[in-house]
Design a protein around this ligand. Structure first.
Ligand code: DHB
Ligand code: FE
Length: 279
């Protein structure tokens, strides 16, 4: 059967992708950051997940505001990096796992989470930056990827609790797939940041650290928080953090945090990374 071997939470800041693509890892601005994510690469090398299920949001790159889907699962065999205005990142295309993705779609829909199913979508920095954080710069990504996009761009986004409950249903979906494969679930986005308006540049380190603590010990409490809590404390784009609760919901109630790294700022964002394993 398919088995979850870990949950990874990470911000997906586009500047990280640009730093990797342009060889800036050794520069003063970046070197502490890249040293801090090294243990994630190590964890991936040791654990070698067959499939990465990556929860992320599209930033109006592949999806437009013509049709807004709250939850979208990618069931294609392949996904191309999206053109976000500077041409697509020169990273490998992403190989899907169609059969597994369809199984998850069916299981989630039967659990009453009504998804949009996508046979064709490009994947933006929300998904490719976490891959760069985990795998650096391979010729091919060494895992299959199931992209799972959440609308956190256009109001109303789903609640934190909806994401957490969806994670629990995702766990059942993964556990019931009859192929012997290992799965890492990624929750991406955040942490605190606001890219627009009067509070542009907002970062709330204290909030981010509390979030990382509660994610391990009391995710149900985080799931109770309304949108306004995330937006007030973590900025308008800080709402992306609700996507980490899908990952957390897919893990056991009791988890061990194998690694944590927090670094501020990365571009306009409080950068957080956590690696969780079931106890
Ligand atoms: C930044 C962070 C994001 O999560 C994003 O999607 C875009 C920009 C930033 O910090 O610049
Ligand atoms: Fe983002």
């Amino acid at each position: 059967m398919a088995k979850i071997i870990g949950g990874i939470g990470t911000a997906h800041v586009p500047a990280i992708g640009a730093a990797v693509d342009h060889g800036k890892q050794g520069e003063d601005y970046w070197k502490d950051f890249f040293a801090g994510i090294e243990p994630c690469k190590e964890w991936i090398k040791q654990n070698k997940p067959d499939v990465c299920f990556i929860v992320y949001n599209d930033h109006a790159s592949s999806f437009s505001l013509e049709n807004i889907s709250t939850f979208t699962i990618g069931v294609a065999d392949e996904f191309e990096p999206a053109d976000e205005g500077y041409g697509p990142r020169k990273v490998p295309s992403v190989q899907g796992h169609s059969e597994f993705a369809w199984h998850i779609a069916e299981s989630l829909i039967l659990s009453e989470f009504d998804l949009t199913i996508s046979n064709k979508m490009d994947v933006d920095h929300g998904l490719t930056v976490p891959l760069s954080i985990a795998y650096d710069q391979p010729d091919e990504w060494p895992c299959k990827v199931i992209p799972f996009a959440v609308n956190v761009i256009q109001y109303p986004p789903p609640t934190a609790n909806r994401c957490y409950q969806l994670g629990k249903a995702l766990r059942k979906a993964i556990d019931s797939f009859g192929e012997d494969i290992t799965v890492a679930v990624f929750g991406t986005g955040g942490m605190s940041h606001q890219l627009q308006g009067e509070r542009a540049g907002l970062i709330n380190k204290e909030f981010d650290i509390d979030f990382l603590n509660s994610l391990v010990s009391d995710p149900a409490e985080l799931a109770k928080q309304p949108h306004t809590h995330f937006i007030r404390e973590a900025g308008s784009e800080g709402i992306e953090m609700i996507m980490w609760l899908i990952m957390r919901g897919a893990m056991d109630d009791q988890v061990e945090e194998k690694y944590r790294f927090y670094h501020v700022p990365v571009s306009n964002t409080g950068y957080g990374l956590t690696i969780l394993e079931n106890k």
